[in-house]
Ligand binder design. Sequence first.
Ligand code: ASN
Length: 332
Amino acid sequence: MVKGVLQMKKILVLHTGGTISMSENEAGEVIQNEENPLLKLTHHFDFEIDLVVEDIFNLPSPHIAPQHMLQLKNRIQKAVNEEKIDGVVITHGTDTLEETAYFLDLTLPNNLPVVLTGAMRSSNEIGSDGLHNFQSAILTAASDNAKDKGVLIVMNDEVHTARYVTKTHTTNVATFRTPTFGPIGLISKNHVLFFQELIAQTTADVNELTEEVFLVKAYAGMSPLQFELLDHPKTKGVVIEALGAGNLPPQTLPAIQKLLDKNIPIVLVSRCFNGIAEDVYHYIGGGVELKEMGVIFCRGLNGQKARIKLLIGLSAGMHNQELAEFVNNATS
Ligand SMILES: NC(=O)C[C@H](N)C(=O)O
């Protein structure tokens, strides 16, 4: 590098598939492409950022599994160690984007910006949001202010954290929201502006993944049968989206106790869209009783992210108290 000359930022772009890389056919169906249309469109960008582009997968995001997330983590770690990159952008289908983002948030120790984005309208639809979101994600990944903020999601001119963002609408371009406290930043034209940041969390390195961590949702009159069926040698952990502040129908308790007696960790979040689950209610099936039974309360995460956290804790070899503290998500 010549002294006094600013070096161009180098951003690793990993395309994984999703609507952002798809097109609509004549029948109005959204289909996969052999070649990512974004590759042909980047000449529209007028910033000087060196993009190192890789089609790591070409999958609709319902086909993405924790094994793919692990592959992404390993690829990013390799780039950090060997390729002198300044940031990473991952394009991804939106259906499971929050799970991949949170997996990376929990497993990548570095402070480098890692930004995920996607699209709600495919590449040839009127008002397609893919190229714009891609550009915003690149600008964010190249921003010095995006360092040390954990993994970020950039969609529709907003910057959200992997920890608390969620997909809230099936089709609307403003689908990604953080119900608890909103986005942490905004994209205003080509400027990335941050307004708040999260308290740091514990990360865990994983090289292999535990299988069979389940997610179940509670409902009025819930049958204990669902928990009885989970009493299986392959079951490694269960996350329950409980009612309200963290309560369950009383008839489910004996089956849950049986799982706990077998040392299967049971993690509880709320099925509510907003707020945290806590041991507030003291009646049969209330949070106080569930906590006394040994159910782990996970604060503020939704069910799918609590499942990723339990999966990572178990995969990192954590048990009992250590696992409970990791999954609890408490910072005080
Ligand atoms: N908007 C999208 O990307 C949704 C698509 N079904 C996916 O997740 O791959």
